[in-house]
Design a protein. Structure first.
Length: 371
């Protein structure tokens, strides 16, 4: 039969029409689902964003590292204000809520803390509540430095100008020196590691040093022990400053202290290279030259008998202890024969001493540039 519809199923236009119609409907339905799902996801994301913007707190651990300083005696509100200004927390409400909800009563100590911008109030409070997170600034002053050398070290460690330390050290009435210091700070600026305050001042740091000197000297009964060996504490401190440069070990310091007192008792000049170097402002060498030993100065113990007028540096506790508890002996001479090992030789006669000096000179020849 002929007509618009064929009996051939593969060529039947009616079936082909319905097949295409169903496919079109399926495509339209699929698009509807995709579009609807997209709007659903977008709507949810938009809702989450709106919810986030409307909350009082940031989420997570933060973004950019920032240092925050908490001053002494700051209240919760004051700490919160500091955090707000630094954009660490989003609101005071969130911070106070974190404080209320803390498992224990949080204590925030004064100091500088490393936080991040836009972190949750809970995370910020957790960091602030742990004293281990305080960022400390410390300056270490080694033994045997002069006041002038210390000023350079302190300036570098605190970022304060050297001139501020120079000015502060000259104001001796405010340093907290002992009465027997004779108004001279050299020898009393105790070498140690000091924690620098949040807003340091040169005078404040120097006062820490003199307080530490007083603490150490009182602990060892420095003035009392000096009296036991019939020395003034000031003279004993001068000896301690010499020992800081001349002695390598606590035992050596005690032996050399005994030698110094032996030479003083006999009216012999000390002939300490350390004092001559101080007189020549050349404190970094082991030996002295003929010209340096001829320099006219009260600190030149080759030319002047007795002790120099003041300490020549700021000694540590071991040298101070040795100065007031010397080892008794008949020795009159000492010399370091091997500076690399700190080996010191002693002698009772100039002949034996010269033999020891020859050993030191041999070491210098073998180690050019180190003497």
């Amino acid at each position: 039969m002929s007509g618009p519809f064929s009996d051939d199923p593969e060529r039947d236009p009616r079936k082909e029409f319905w097949y295409r119609f169903r496919s079109a409907v399926a495509v339209i339905m699929s698009l509807a689902v995709l579009v609807g799902g997209g709007w659903f996801v977008a709507d949810r994301a938009h809702g989450a964003y709106i919810a986030y913007k409307s909350t009082d707190d940031y989420l997570g651990d933060g973004v950019t590292p920032v240092l925050v300083r908490v001053p002494d005696g700051a209240s919760v509100t004051e700490v919160g204000d500091i955090l707000l200004d630094a954009d660490v927390i989003k609101s005071m409400k969130a911070f106070k809520a974190a404080v209320r909800n803390a498992s224990s009563d949080p204590t925030i100590q004064a100091g500088q803390y490393k936080l991040k911008t836009q972190m949750s109030a809970e995370n910020a409070l957790e960091i602030l509540s742990d004293p281990a997170n305080i960022q400390h600034t410390r300056v270490t002053i080694t033994e045997g430095l002069t006041v002038a050398e210390q000023a350079t070290v302190l300036a570098k460690g605190t970022s304060l100008p050297v001139a501020q330390f120079t000015k502060a050290i000259s104001n001796t009435s405010k340093l907290g020196l002992p009465n027997w210091a004779k108004g001279n700070p050299e020898g009393f600026m105790f070498p140690d590691t000091y924690e620098v305050a949040d807003k340091p001042t040169a005078l404040g740091i120097l006062q820490q040093q003199t307080r530490q000197f007083t603490k150490v000297s009182n602990t060892m009964n420095f003035t009392g022990q000096a009296g036991n060996i019939k020395r003034t504490p000031y003279d004993a401190l001068i000896v301690a400053s010499i020992l800081e440069k001349e002695g390598k070990t606590p035992n050596d310091k005690k032996v050399i202290a005994g030698i110094i007192y032996n030479r003083l008792a006999k009216g012999m000049p000390l002939q300490s290279d350390a004092t001559v170097l101080f007189a020549n402002n050349a404190t970094s060498k082991l030996t002295t030259t003929d010209a340096q030993r001829k320099k006219k100065s009260p600190y030149n113990t080759y030319l002047v008998k007795g002790l120099p007028p003041t300490p020549i540096n700021n000694p540590g506790a071991a040298s101070m202890e040795a100065a007031v508890s010397p080892t008794k002996s008949n020795y009159l001479y000492w010399v370091v024969v091997d500076p690399s090992k700190g080996t010191t030789a002693y002698a009772t006669t100039i002949t034996d001493h010269n033999k020891n000096v020859a050993k030191f000179q041999a070491w210098c020849q073998a180690n050019k540039g180190k003497c």
